[in-house]
Design a binder for this molecule. Sequence first.
Ligand SMILES: [Fe+2]
Ligand SMILES: [Fe+2]
Length: 253
Amino acid sequence: MKFIHLSDLHFHSFDSDNKGIVRRLEYIRQNPNYSSHNLIITGDIVDDGHERQYVNAYEALQPFLGRVFICPGNHDFGAAGNFFSKERAERFDAMLAKPLQQGGTFTGDSTPVVNILRDVHDTVMLIGLDTNLETDHPFDFACGEVGESQLGFLKTILASPASAGMLKIVFFHHHPFMHKNPFMELKDGRQLMRTLYGRVDMVLFGHKHVADKWENLNGIKYVLAANNTYGNDFAQEIVIAQGQITVTPIPII
Ligand SMILES: [Fe+2]
Ligand SMILES: [Fe+2]
């Protein structure tokens, strides 16, 4: 089973501003080497939640229907990534999550969105979280939070006998251990990492626009940060084969 981790596409309203990301997605779609790859996109799919931006993002992602998995970032839910708007947040579900058949919604509920993928040898559980804090306070909103309720559901999913034996990939937008940054940190990042400790195989996120990779961190085989916005030409390819995970940077242009 193969995946490409993308993040922070930041679709704008005008086509002229989206040329870079559209070209990258087209390259992935038309490259025969990537024809069976699933995409995991860790938020900030649009730049400030405007309707036109969601139309553009959907048009570019629709060809990947059935193999694209998304979660929201702060820019999806509000202007400049700082000002939460319920209307824009609801657009994420109505104009992306539902038509891209995510198997769940993100806005206003605290249930992780779970998808299970199977091939002959492996079963992979994808767990998408909404780390946006639905608050009017701009500092808090850019920071993000998993929230007690969502953490509770996550613990239940990870402890469920039904999930035993599955490889687990958890993905969300905010950087979970970028502490001491009052504008960007995930407020309950420590609680999240404690919950994930030794219980999942991979953790993927974006938000900081800096690609990075940690191995065997916090009892987790791979922790990946992606940057695909504004000219980032590489992405991490994740290959799962008979329980083994390999991660390799690949060109996406
Ligand atoms: Fe971003
Ligand atoms: Fe962000």
